[in-house]
Ligand binder design. Structure first.
Ligand SMILES: NC(=O)c1ccc[n+]([C@@H]2O[C@H](COP(=O)([O-])OP(=O)(O)OC[C@H]3O[C@@H](n4cnc5c(N)ncnc54)[C@H](O)[C@@H]3O)[C@@H](O)[C@H]2O)c1
Length: 258
């Protein structure tokens, strides 16, 4: 018997690095999983599964509403929503166009808002409803050249707390996971052209107290726990998962201190 037997989950960005691992874990624990994304092969070239692919553009109110109606028609319930769809824009404020700004806010923030909004009526009927948003340690501290991204993650952190406050009395828990460096297509894309990916990885690992970067499985483990009944008393929180990176002062990055 799985811990999540009979539960139904929707994972946006379900064909991305994190989303795929989350879908696989929730499915392995017994949930029926819908992987909402733009295409079935996502960014990492998989063909199908885990989870049932659902075309689900988080920026489109019509598509979000229709996707959630389809889950209601097929399953009659929804218990877990994971808002993992997201993009990065690697620019300073000055370099960021209004179009860049609107696009990243539409996916990272409006997407979380719309998916949650239309999922809430079914979540309210669930005996164990859980929303898990993808924030970032960039919602606490800023990486260089990620201005709009940092701003979107700060917004995701606050909508997480606001929804937890509004919907806690209805039995709906809302949390965010805040990953640091996690090895997914998004992180690989962050490595500048001309930089050897193996060197970049070594550099990144060296500045982490745990001397390693995270994996999609690390994110899926935390999402699973937050979705499960073991987390029944956890809500409104921002769960940082960064190998200790944000716990250390910058001086620790000096070469003689690595
Ligand atoms: N990888 C990291 O180091 C890291 C760190 C902190 C936070 N995060 C967050 O984790 C989440 C997942 O990131 P990832 O690393 O798996 O990235 P990823 O690029 O591998 O996956 C993101 C997925 O979102 C999908 N997506 C993009 N626009 C969409 C839209 N309009 N509608 C539906 N789906 C859409 C993409 O198709 C892709 O499959 C993101 O919110 C990201 O900001 C990642």
């Amino acid at each position: 018997m799985g811990v999540l037997d009979a539960r139904v989950a929707l994972v946006t960005g379900g064909r991305g690095g994190a989303g795929r691992a989350v879908c696989a874990r929730l499915e392995a624990e017994g949930a029926t999983v819908y992987a909402g994304d733009l295409t079935n092969d996502g960014t990492i070239g998989g063909k199908s599964g885990p989870g049932t692919f659902l075309r689900f553009d988080v920026t489109s109110e019509d598509e979000v509403r229709a996707g959630i109606q389809l889950i209601e028609a097929e399953q009659g319930r929804l218990d877990i929503v994971v808002n993992a769809a997201g993009i990065e824009v690697e620019k300073t404020v000055e370099e960021t166009s209004l179009d860049d700004w609107n696009t990243i806010f539409a996916i990272n923030v409006t997407g979380t808002f719309l998916t949650s909004k239309y999922a809430l009526p079914m979540l309210r009927q669930s005996p164990a409803a859980s929303i898990i948003n993808f924030g970032s340690y960039d919602g606490y501290i800023a990486d260089p050249k990620l201005a709009a991204y940092c701003a979107t993650k700060g917004a995701v952190h606050m909508i997480t707390k606001a929804m937890a406050v509004d919907h806690g009395p209805e039995g709906i828990r809302v949390n965010a996971i805040c990953p640091g460096y996690i090895d997914t297509p998004m992180l690989q894309q962050f490595i500048p052209d001309g930089v050897d990916p193996a060197e970049a990885r070594k550099e990144a690992e060296a500045v982490h107290p745990l001397r390693t970067i995270g994996t999609p499985t690390d994110m899926a483990n935390l999402v699973f726990w937050l979705a499960s009944d073991e987390a029944r008393y956890a809500t409104g929180q921002l769960w940082v998962l960064d190998g200790g990176l944000s716990a250390q002062v910058q001086q620790m990055r000096l070469p003689n201190q690595r």
